[in-house]
Design a protein around this ligand. Sequence first.
Ligand code: ADP
Ligand code: MG
Length: 335
Amino acid sequence: MPSIHRLSDLLVNQIAAGEVVDRPASVLKEVLENAVDAGSRAIEVQLEQGGVRRIRVSDDGCGIQQDELALALERHATSKIASLDDLERVGTMGFRGEALAAISAVARTTITSRAEGAGHAWRIDGDSGELTPAALNQGTVVEVADLYYNTPARRKFLKSEGTEYAHCDEMFRRVALARPDVGLQLSHNGRVVHRLPPGEPIRRVGTLMGDDFLEHAREVRAEGSILSLGGFASLPAYSRSSRDAQYFFVNGRYVRDKLLTHAVRQAYTDILHGSRHPAYVLFLELDPAGVDVNVHPAKIEVRFRDSRAVHQFVFHAVSRALAESGAGRALDEPL
Ligand code: ADP
Ligand code: MG
């Protein structure tokens, strides 16, 4: 048996990258969420070759101080939580402090940032850790190039440029739906694909889901004492053959959750054939302490403290919205 030894930081981060960074779209998710967490009003994403060659995200957020740039790239270093108490009521998208460490372990990464009040920007090279002065207005530019250049085994799992781009586009849409108040732009290989000015949620939904969806959807709006649900759910006439147009957000975070999907689907039981799927964009808001987002590194799964109440609430809210249109069944008074 070889002796037991500690793994190098680089190897530790490369192993962790397997969980957080499984394709360009997951890099984009992390970097975009950081831009949102920084309080940005405008974010621009540029992709090359499906994000494999390059992902560049620039924002006008709070920026990173020069003396914290190196820390930002370190594992388990974050500005977003400091205690278990913070973790239990976290309001930011990120909090684990591992994304940039993982990304820079498997791609050529640079961060250029100018913090509020700083005279100029600084750029840090993720490989060498070298800091150099740079020019930039307030905000941050994160560039991630040549994903998996140093981990060829992982690179083999990348799909075609078109497929990787499609995943990036989908990731961009999720963030864009969640944050209509932020201006967002996406371009691929130099061509602008989405240009989304900040504005009303309904306009963002119309742009990304199509006006056709809005015309065939009912507004969902339910306020409970501890839960609220808003958004749009399609009428049966707009149903789809796949689940490709289902977006559920919990406190602004896109999630894929069996309980929530089931609750929505149940509201359609009597009005939609089992082989058809509704389209929806729904936003559930609740006290952060009532939901655990720290279930998986990608934070796409959540656990509710009172899952039964959440299920009931969502089911009734969607049922009621559909019933008001005359499309749903008559319901007992909701909770
Ligand atoms: P986390 O988001 O979980 O804190 P990350 O590794 O994604 O961990 O980022 C580490 C830290 O770097 C963040 O906590 C934040 O302070 C800083 N940071 C990253 N991206 C940005 C950005 N676009 N603007 C401002 N600060 C950023
Ligand atoms: Mg982050």
